[in-house]
Design a protein around this ligand. Structure first.
Ligand code: HEM
Length: 552
């Protein structure tokens, strides 16, 4: 029978061994967890059973000691000067465990937290035991252009099926992305402008019908975005604008799923466990069903099939040597609808929010639109790609102050690469590196003056500028570093839908602002809307209740 010193030594050695295995080999999955975190302490419990008054106490004490020791080794190493990231400053809680950041993320204000950390610690901050956040321009550009995605994206993997945005290797990503790039170019944008026009006309019609009451304009724009994405991904609208509500539950679910996925993504080791829970993916049936219905509508359609995204994802033009998988295509179509709807609709709702807050800017946009469209009769075509410099400045400024992806985009220095120079910093292999668009866009070294303030004029080319305070400044006083204005990210993994999003935002905002005057509904406090903006990887926002009056 093992004595107390024997059991103590056994616990010390086996817990150190388990720590070592996790540290060096990073095993993920149920098998390794079962062996290392259950079987081993159970074995020690059996050896120690006779030392305790009951099996329960033997079990409780052994498991407690075993786990406590593993945690102690982990914390000691992470805070020690032997850790490869020891030289980088950051809060102790971040250095100790990713659980701290997971907590911060669960509160929805990661973007503000990261920004604050950079203000305190400087351009490089250790935001996790094995993670660095960078703020300077050169580092951000290198990270987004040259480093593959990190474990944050692991939970895109659904039982082995990985959509485009979850593919890490540049090589594999390029193969898949080729299909997407075929779907999102100038030719296809022209092909879809009729779809956009019909969505915009339908929205204007519905808003006009409802305008005697209070309208949640954020919700209506979201309906439009889902419908437009239905067109460009599967060839027909979901029908939310017509229904006047999110009748499928798709939009609501996308918001809650994004929240959960965002939290889990910071502790990706938990993903295999969650996936093993029976029916854990049941909620995904809602978006799947909507997309399957769109696909069957597409198949039944007698019209010549449009060259929508699904056409390219399935290689219906037959140009690829390897036929793409239908399950992956359907999953990517679903991803595209979520990625394209929530982002664009949020940016449009934010723009309207800012314009209601800055009424002089609203009037300027309307004057610009009147000049362009007043001669076009009762139904101008807002999808015509007419130059609207001031409206475009307002959209740019909105995406600068509140980019759709608020928190940090994560990449990981490739394992086996020997490390990488990021700006002037050597970063060891396996380190997760992040760049935060929110932080970058508010850095006075890149956007000045008043980087925190919505001030569209900074995007215009002029000799002099009048600040909101009334002060006049010259063009040399403006800092506008376009190389780090990155609302659509950068490099191979940037946003494929950028051109469509810009086309949609301009058309929808032109249509609403030219047709209606817009004011916050009585008792609506615009601050409530701003306070509701939170990070769930994409942005979560609250309602934006407004009153519309016809202008024409
Ligand atoms: C204003 C609207 C939009 C904004 C601000 C936006 C922004 C972004 C950003 C910042 C990324 C990089 C994400 C990362 O690295 O984690 C991204 C990726 C992506 N976006 Fe967009 N997006 C918008 C609209 C769209 C639209 C209309 C689509 C249409 C399909 C779309 C589809 C995607 C996809 C599939 C990815 C992943 C790309 C990849 O990994 O290769 N987005 N978007």
């Amino acid at each position: 029978m093992a004595s107390l010193p024997d059991v103590t030594m056994l616990t010390l050695l086996l817990s150190a061994g388990t720590y070592g295995v996790y540290h060096w080999f990073e095993p993920a999955g149920l098998g390794s967890a079962g062996a290392l975190l259950l079987a081993i302490p159970l074995y020690i419990t059996l050896q120690a059973r006779h030392l305790y008054s009951s099996a329960f106490w033997a079990f409780a004490f052994t498991f407690f000691s075993y786990y406590s020791l593993i945690i102690a080794y982990t914390i000691t190493y992470r805070l020690s000067s032997f850790h490869p990231l020891a030289q980088y400053p950051g809060p102790v809680a971040c250095k100790v465990s990713k659980l701290w950041m997971t907590f911060v993320v669960s509160r929805g204000y990661t973007h503000k937290y990261i920004c604050e950390l950079h203000n305190i610690y400087g351009d490089v901050v250790r935001t996790g035991p094995n993670e660095l956040s960078f703020r300077d321009d050169k580092a951000t550009i290198t990270i987004l252009k040259e480093v593959e995605k990190g474990p944050y994206y692991d939970c895109r993997n659904q039982k082995g099926v990985i959509p485009l945005d979850g593919i890490k290797s540049f090589h594999d990503h390029a193969i898949r992305r080729k299909l997407w790039n075929k779907a999102f170019n100038i030719t296809s944008a022209k092909e879809h402008s009729e779809d956009l026009k019909s969505c915009v006309d339908e929205l204007l019609h519905e808003l006009d019908r409802k305008r005697t009451g209070v309208i949640d304009i954020a919700a209506w724009i979201s309906f439009l975005s889902y419908d437009f994405m239905g067109h460009i991904v599967f060839g027909s609208p979901i029908g939310m604008v017509k229904a006047g509500r999110d009748f499928t539950g798709f939009a609501e679910l996308a918001d809650s799923l994004a929240y959960i996925a965002n939290v889990i993504s910071h502790i990706p080791w938990i993903w295999p466990f969650l996936q093993s829970i029976p029916n854990a993916d049941a909620p995904l049936e809602i978006p799947r069903k909507v997309c399957k219905d769109l696909v069957s509508r597409r198949m039944k359609s007698n019209n010549t099939v449009k060259r929508d995204l699904y056409y390219y994802l399935l290689d219906e033009d037959g140009l690829e040597s390897v036929k793409p998988d239908e399950t992956v295509a359907l999953m990517e179509g679903t991803t595209a609808i979520i990625a394209g709807s929530d982002t664009a609709s949020t940016m449009m709702a934010h723009t309207l929010f800012f314009l209601m807050r800055h009424r002089s800017a609203l009037k300027r946009v309307q004057a610009e639109l009147d000049e362009l469209y007043n001669g076009d009769g009762a139904h101008p075509d807002y999808t015509k790609n007419i130059e609207t410099p001031y409206l475009s400045a307002c959209i740019n400024e909105t995406m600068r102050v509140y980019p759709a992806l608020l928190a940090a985009l994560q990449r990981r220095v490739e394992l086996g690469s020997g490390g990488k120079m990021i700006a002037s910093h050597f970063v060891p292999e396996g380190t997760q590196v992040t760049a935060s668009l929110f932080t970058m866009h508010r850095d006075p070294r890149h956007f000045s003056p008043i980087p925190e303030t919505f001030w569209p004029d900074r995007w215009l080319s002029q000799e002099t500028y009048v600040l909101p305070s009334g002060e006049t400044i010259g063009k040399d006083d403006i800092v506008l570093n376009r190389s780090v204005y990155l609302p659509f990210s950068l490099g191979q993994q940037n946003c494929p839908g950028k051109m469509f999003a810009n086309m949609e935002m301009k058309a929808v905002l032109s249509a609403i602002l030219h047709t209606f005057d817009i004011k916050p509904a009585p008792e609506t406090n615009l601050d409530d809307y701003e306070n509701s903006i939170s990070d769930v990887y994409i942005t979560h926002k609250g309602p934006l209740p407004v009153k519309l009056t016809a202008r024409r």
